[in-house]
Design a protein around this ligand. Sequence first.
Ligand SMILES: Cc1cc2nc3c(=O)[nH]c(=O)nc-3n(C[C@H](O)[C@H](O)[C@H](O)COP(=O)(O)OP(=O)(O)OC[C@H]3O[C@@H](n4cnc5c(N)ncnc54)[C@H](O)[C@@H]3O)c2cc1C
Length: 446
Amino acid sequence: MTAADHDRRARAFADALARASTRDDVPTALDKPLSNLFRDRNIKQQGLPAAELVNVLEVDGDAGWVDVEGMIPYDALLDATLPHGVAPRVVPQLKSITVGGAVAGIGIEATSFRHGLVHETVLEMDVALPDGRIVACTPDNEHADLFTGMPNSYGTLGYATRLRIETMPVKDFVAVHHRRFSDPGEFFAALDAAFDDDIDFLDGVAFAADDLVLTTARFVDQARETSDYTFEEIYYRSLRERETDHLTTRDYLWRWDTDWFWCSRNLGAQHKLVRRLLGRERLGSRFYQGIMRWNSRWRLLETVERLGGYRRESVIQDVDVPLATAPDFLAVFLREIGILPVWICPVRDRSAFSSPLFPAPADRYVNFGFWDTLRFCIGYPTGHFNRIVERAVTELGGIKSLYSSSFYEEDEFERIYGGEAYRALKDRYDPTGALGELYAKCVRER
Ligand SMILES: Cc1cc2nc3c(=O)[nH]c(=O)nc-3n(C[C@H](O)[C@H](O)[C@H](O)COP(=O)(O)OP(=O)(O)OC[C@H]3O[C@@H](n4cnc5c(N)ncnc54)[C@H](O)[C@@H]3O)c2cc1C
């Protein structure tokens, strides 16, 4: 892939964006086979051709960066970088997440305690604007405002066609160490201390209020034996069964993909027989996404349950709270919502790259991920449980990702997600409002 090839493709994308932006009857969106957004959309959209911008342009492992096109999924990116002995510094856990999606929709992994969120590993990006221009943005050029404004903008400012992201050197294997805790206070104290340890990865899982596992991991050159969690064995179960483990680096980076963390259980895919029937190739987030989309299109489960007098509320969220208030959040969450397990991932704020649309809650903070539905038979208002989560996050000084359903009032949303800075960005880069509004996209159109 030459630079000229890329320029041609990016130009074609920007031209399509400019054409779509002149129509105000239907909103614009990427035409992609998959999305890791978890919002049901009923509106018709004009699809922008994303399928072309999925290539790696250059890997410079010595300089520590890789140039990619905006819609490349992370599995293709990792396949291209591993032969050079490097990987992106933050590789979100689901293979089909794209680099542009992780920047515009916030991305995280167990390396975030050191490298921050995905957008904090971006060195420069080219952004296609609704008027058809492609502008080069860096942290200190004339488009620095757009560079820092893109994270959490969900395609409402422009689309990144090329990004240069930081890489890190990797080794062939990862040595994993799991520590179990029965007291959340001790767990979070150990997590805090681990920020300064000589490790490469740090995350945890709460299986219950008195059953938490903190996992630290390091790259190593050799391993006598490696575990395989891509078929019959299930990674999250190993956390409570083993103290130490070894995985190949590729398997470690995709350890959460095979069973969509643990959410594959809702599709019966953790049953031995079902796993064998599905086969290794199908086990993974892409396959489960397809089933979920199909179910949400036809609303099969919902219809059956309504007939039985039940309702469900989907509580599929990632929230970030300061490390200092993380134990309080976990306590409120377990008392009011009670979804288990909960993924716990620490993050360091690399403030040089902070975004006004997703301000870091603290120097050290913690991401909680919980993805399930709650079933009930009494008349709660729409979004009742999600509202409890949103209020708790705000009260404890945190911030919520917007990839799923949100229920904020508009003024509350503006206060949390950098409303004033967003207005200035819209005025400069999308003055006709062709790409829609963040609030409308993430809250009103849920
Ligand atoms: C169950 C679940 C678990 C998750 N777990 C994790 C996790 O562990 N780690 C993690 O990092 N994330 C996680 N996510 C969140 C995920 O990273 C975000 O939803 C991300 O935005 C998805 O990217 P995508 O490429 O699939 O999305 P897409 O649907 O393609 O895009 C998401 C948004 O970004 C915009 N966008 C896409 N590409 C570009 C571009 N090139 N330029 C500008 N805007 C663009 C789109 O318009 C859209 O609004 C999880 C999500 C779910 C549902």
